[in-house]
Design a protein around this ligand. Sequence first.
Ligand SMILES: Nc1nc2c(c(=O)[nH]1)N[C@H]1C(S)=C(S)[C@@H](COP(=O)(O)OP(=O)(O)OC[C@H]3O[C@@H](n4cnc5c(=O)[nH]c(N)nc54)[C@H](O)[C@@H]3O)O[C@H]1N2
Ligand SMILES: Nc1nc2c(c(=O)[nH]1)N[C@H]1C(S)=C(S)[C@@H](COP(=O)(O)OP(=O)(O)OC[C@H]3O[C@@H](n4cnc5c(=O)[nH]c(N)nc54)[C@H](O)[C@@H]3O)O[C@H]1N2
Ligand code: SF4
Ligand SMILES: [Mo]
Length: 741
Amino acid sequence: MTKEVEVKKAICTWCKGECGVLVHVKDGKLIKVTDDPDWPRKGFPPTKACPKFMAAVEWFYHPDRVNFPLKRAGDRGEGKWKRISWDQAFTEIAEKLTAVKDEYGPKSIGFTRGTSYRTEANPINRFFLQLGSPMNSISAGNVCMVPRSSVAFCLVGMYPHYSVRPTTKCIVLLGAEPANARPITYNNIRKALKNGAKMIIVDPRRTGSAVKADIWLQLRPGTDTALLMSMVNVIIKEGLYDREFVEKWCHGFDKLVPWVEQFSPEEMAKVTEVPAEKIRAAARLYASTRPGAMVEGMGVEQQESCYRILHARWILAALVGNMDIEGGEELIGPNTKLMDNRSIPPAIPVDPELVKEQIGSDKFKLLTFPGRQLIAPHLKRVWGKVPEMPLITHPSLVVRAILNSEPYPVRAMFTMISNPLATIPNIKLVYKALRSLDLYVVMDFWMTPCAEIADYVLPPASWMERPMLWDFNGFAAETIGGEAAVPDTVPGEYEHKTDYEILRGISLKLGLGKYWPWETLEEYYDTVLEPWGMTHKEFVHKERFYKKKVDWRKYEKVGFATPTGKVELYSTVFEQLGYDPLPRHVEPSETRISQPEIAKEYPLTLLTGGRVRPFYHSEWRQIDSVRRLHPYPLMDIHPDMAAKLGIKDGDWVWIETLRGRIKHKAKLFEGMANDIVHAEHGWWLPELPAEAPWLRGVWEMNANVLTDDDPDKSDPAVSATAERTMLCKVYPVKNYNGKVG
Ligand SMILES: Nc1nc2c(c(=O)[nH]1)N[C@H]1C(S)=C(S)[C@@H](COP(=O)(O)OP(=O)(O)OC[C@H]3O[C@@H](n4cnc5c(=O)[nH]c(N)nc54)[C@H](O)[C@@H]3O)O[C@H]1N2
Ligand SMILES: Nc1nc2c(c(=O)[nH]1)N[C@H]1C(S)=C(S)[C@@H](COP(=O)(O)OP(=O)(O)OC[C@H]3O[C@@H](n4cnc5c(=O)[nH]c(N)nc54)[C@H](O)[C@@H]3O)O[C@H]1N2
Ligand code: SF4
Ligand SMILES: [Mo]
């Protein structure tokens, strides 16, 4: 019986493009995925030129995809598995979880979670709240987006958008490369440039965008605060700031003025290695070309001084009056058309005493309870709503708790939408920790290095098989939705379940069904959409892409949702928490300046993780059509340094830090200083064996063998780790042809 081809509207969540696409299905089989001409928000490069999108069928039916629940049949990491039913998986996991809970208490149950775009953040919270667990998570949250939004909440009381619009006149890319990482922002940048915008780039590497920039500030890695505060110095000294905005809407200008004395361009040129005249030119261009918008990226979030850099960034934006204006910094208030986690009945009360016990909340206070409780009342006062801000632990503290039971034991972990054995710093330690757990459950499409050491591997439904509703916890400019297009179960062929259904399935076996009245994810979304007055189906077919009406200069009506009601140039929240109320430069803990002795043996500076367009973090290495575009990791090195080290273009090299060494292929590139190299992140080699010592090649080429996770060397407020600044040495690999194993 051949049915007609059905065409369904889905959202691709394979990168930050979040493209609306059409999924063609016949007899329950995926035929192809095509561009949706009606999707209003276009990125660049366009959807149809995207190699991941073109590989959709190859991905979906890939022979390596995990299609049934698996239970470990040998020792951890031995590569032996047994197929089991979902019911058996849920029953056994619930039993083992109960045993851990009974012996060590609910706090001993944690999770790992990564790029959040494709998931149900709220059901994950629900799952842990019902257990009475204070969200002990290993995640990228401390280096990705959460510092950025949290600092903005403290200083301006709104959620910061990636704001560049066609009307922007001055674009600042601060440790970001949207051309590789953010298709939507990049499309807007292209439009703005076409309309004559100026562009300033702060990056130690000459990125593709830097080539088009009016000013490229090629700073020494890890010195962003010094550079930005020096621009503040120029703007204040030369009277280039917006007097009216500063007078009316900024708190602490009087304290800032004497503070910036120490950041003269001449002094900061010594710190940043950017010539003083260039700093002056950038400050003048930024101040005189309005409206301007900054895009801050991982180049600043993955730094030990992350919160200081972000603070300096907001001081600059506020001084020139770029706040909440068309073409300037777009700041977002809440979307009251959706319910958030806590308001969805049956609500699970958050026990404040328990939240205080989240690992690390006494040390890193901004992304945990102490910081949140200072911000929340002001958001509530102004917006009537507090966004669902995840409480973020420092991953390494959780890793250490697993290993040392300090401050208390952590014995069971769930890995959802993350691959911590590839993406968290110091993966040698992460490996030891995860291997030692009493229960480790991984939900993934593939046998990732994490999956290989799990007790259970559960196959999730992909974006083609599940409904989608995306709104960043009610504080996003846009709400988007897609429908499930392909069946998630084809008897005998595969049995996938949405992450929601997996969490619900386990919860039901735990006897906690009262918190999960919605049988499917779609029903759950129906409830989330209740205030909107639409079901999820109606949303997808009538609305699908909702853009909140932009209401500029909201502060003129309601003020800023900060303790002083103004932009806090001088942060009262940071001060209360014991952090620097005004930004200062702190030399990162592993540079040739802070560690001259170590630098004798490790003389180069290593940056990791600049995005590589075909991949998404550790994903896509098993998809041939994509891997062919970039078969091995490349390390950028200046030709002069390469010549000195006896390295030619395309040679395999070792990159070694105090933590270990990995291989990359050398790519000679004159767009960086002589003593800086750049390595890619996320690598593992799915083609290599599972069993020890291979673990699918994660020790061979993964940059997080090299990175440091020491909590004492992390950002003191937001707990970011320095994935972009460390010391290394580089030397040729002898007798190696890339064929490992
Ligand atoms: N050295 C270094 N390390 C870094 C970075 C860096 O720049 N340098 N960047 C950091 C940053 S910013 C981030 S965000 C992290 C990302 O870290 P992760 O989120 O751990 O990265 P991914 O490799 O995307 O891992 C996601 C995993 O979840 C699976 N997955 C995808 N979608 C779903 C789904 O819907 N359900 C389930 N259950 N699984 C799914 C994928 O197959 C994949 O294995 O990496 C960080 N690590
Ligand atoms: N194709 C693809 N797209 C992605 C991802 C992916 O893995 N693949 N990951 C997604 C995720 S989760 C994220 S968080 C975003 C990240 O996206 P972005 O933050 O825009 O980009 P990155 O390429 O991670 O890093 C930007 C720049 O930081 C620079 N940098 C390094 N050290 C420093 C420093 O000390 N100071 C300054 N100013 N700059 C420095 C690097 O040279 C690099 O060019 O990308 C997202 N988009
Ligand atoms: S992977 Fe490609 S199609 Fe999917 S969201 Fe990103 S750019 Fe769009
Ligand atoms: Mo990220």
